[in-house]
Design a binder for this molecule. Structure first.
Ligand code: CMX
Length: 457
């Protein structure tokens, strides 16, 4: 396989590069960390390395150095398509350079060979009540497939450390190949007729997801390609990426690691925000029986904040601009659904909410993130997140299908470069207080309600 050779050829130089950094420059300091950062979600602490993607706070995501417009422009496309096929993106993430059409298609072909989902995975999903959250079903289905892992089988037989990445790549190709079919089945099980729909031989990976949920529409295929490109990776510190990386650092295989990462993606402050943003828009739409005026929307936004809730789809831990992943979706919407009410509403929210958040003065980033509009585009084509009394969660599964591309690419490289088990040091609160005393001379008295504390030093 060209892909494997392309990675293997890079490894000697990469390993030498890292070895040099550790042995010759290992003592060079990268970052200081203060108490506010330790107690504030480890924000802005440069403590992780990935070469798959990086997020510039003022420019947004770059996948292997390419912005989203550059990716759409440069990645190979099938004849007649406007959006690149995902095999090309996965090649880029794994190999680090834009592939030729043939190289990208080689991945699409690999995916076709590996796309059949084992029957017991469908059984696992079907054993669960239909109103189980779609993310729970997705994570369960992936965990159920752990028995397929090439890495774990070969590790058990005895595998050299420098070869760990080879069966990890096999697992990654298997898992990414099957992910759209599993997600589509979960959708069909929860919201449609429960059928297992076979992918079409003439379609690419992303478009086939549409087919398998019953949407045979060229425009939706283009949206699926765009959606799966922009959600694939967002450097290493976000919860889904970091959880996958952390679990994988124990040499758990990609099934264990990705399932864990998806459980993090399921949280409302992360991937579930796409579902919550849709719900927020629908609540507004219902309350005002249509797209409200700017004044009404401003009032609604303040009411949300007044109730102690966040406005989903806005704000970001790293970004300080409108997320380019939002912009790419906004532009898609402008082209194909400018008059769709929910799209008009999402645009109005973009006009109103940043100013409201700025006036409130809490959020460091008042701008929309990827989740603010993604549900609207899906809903336009009839893709639902939930139905009746079902808590749904399907939009986050869509996010997950794409995110698997980035986190598995990271896992392959972590294995190839011999990344060690992650194990940061924790301290007690009293240790932090003692450090304050050491550095400032100020004694922080131990309040009587903590008098039982033994501490660690
Ligand atoms: N609405 C209301 N308040 C917000 C806000 C929003 N959209 N975004 C941030 N804030 C608040 C925070 O809750 C925090 O309040 P407290 O001081 O009372 O705790 C304050 O502003 C400061 O937060 P921050 O430093 O700007 O943001 P964080 O790095 O802590 O959190 C994020 C980032 C994304 C969790 C936050 O902006 C948020 O909750 N947004 C809404 C949920 C969302 O869209 N998440 C999806 C992010 C993208 C993704 O991962 O998919």
């Amino acid at each position: 396989m060209n892909l494997k050779t392309q990675i293997a050829e890079q490894l000697p130089a990469w390993r030498a590069r890292l070895k040099r950094l550790i042995t010759e420059y290992g003592q060079v300091k990268v970052a200081d960390i203060n108490i506010a950062q330790i107690l504030g979600g480890i924000r802005d602490v440069k403590a992780l390395v990935t070469d798959i993607s990086c997020v510039d706070p003022n420019r947004g995501i770059r996948l292997r150095g390419y912005t989203i417009p550059e990716l759409i422009d440069l990645l190979p496309k099938r004849p007649g398509d406007q959006m690149p096929f995902l095999g090309g993106l996965y090649y880029l993430l794994l190999v680090g350079r834009i592939p030729t059409y043939e190289e990208g298609m080689e991945i699409e072909e690999e995916w076709k060979k590996r796309q059949e989902v084992p029957g017991y995975v469908y059984d696992v999903v079907q054993a669960m009540p239909k109103n189980t959250s779609a993310m729970t079903l997705f994570s369960l289905a992936i965990l159920a497939m752990q028995r397929e892992s090439h890495f774990t089988k070969e590790y058990d037989r005895g595998l050299k450390k420098e070869d760990y990445w080879i069966p990890t790549l096999e697992d990654s190709l298997d898992l990414t190949a099957k992910a759209p079919a599993i997600a589509a089945f979960i959708y069909n099980y929860k919201f449609r007729n429960g059928q297992i729909v076979k992918p079409r031989a003439d379609l690419d990976w992303a478009a086939n997801f549409g087919t398998m949920i019953g949407i045979e529409n060229e425009q939706y295929y283009e949206l699926a390609r765009l959606y799966f490109i922009i959600h694939s990776d967002h450097e290493s510190g976000n919860v889904s990426a970091h959880t996958t990386y952390l679990v994988s650092s124990t040499l758990s295989d990609v099934y264990y690691a990705v399932s864990a990462g998806l459980n993090g993606l399921a949280g409302p402050l992360h991937g579930r925000a796409n579902q919550e943003a849709m719900e927020w828009l629908l609540d507004v739409y219902q309350k005002y029986q249509g797209v409200p005026s700017k004044e009404q929307l401003t009032e609604y936004a303040w009411d949300t904040l007044g109730a102690g809730k966040v406005i989903p789809g806005y704000g970001h831990a790293i970004l300080r601009i409108t997320d380019p992943r939002f912009t790419a979706q906004l532009e898609f919407g402008e082209r194909v659904m400018p008059d769709y009410d929910l799209f008009r509403l999402a645009k109005l929210v973009y006009e109103v909410v940043p100013e409201v958040l700025r006036q409130q003065g809490k959020a460091k980033d008042p701008w929309p993130n990827v989740d603010a509009i993604s549900g609207v585009l899906q809903r336009y084509y009839g893709v639902m997140d939930s139905k009746d009394n079902d808590p749904g969660g399907f939009y986050t599964v869509l996010f997950g299908v794409s995110r698997i591309l980035g986190v598995t690419a990271n896992t392959v490289w972590a294995r190839a470069l011999g990344a060690p088990i992650e194990r940061p040091k924790s301290v007690t609160t009293r240790t932090l207080e003692n450090i304050v005393t050491e550095q400032t001379g100020v004694e922080i008295p131990l309040h009587e309600s903590y008098a039982h504390e033994r501490g660690c030093r």
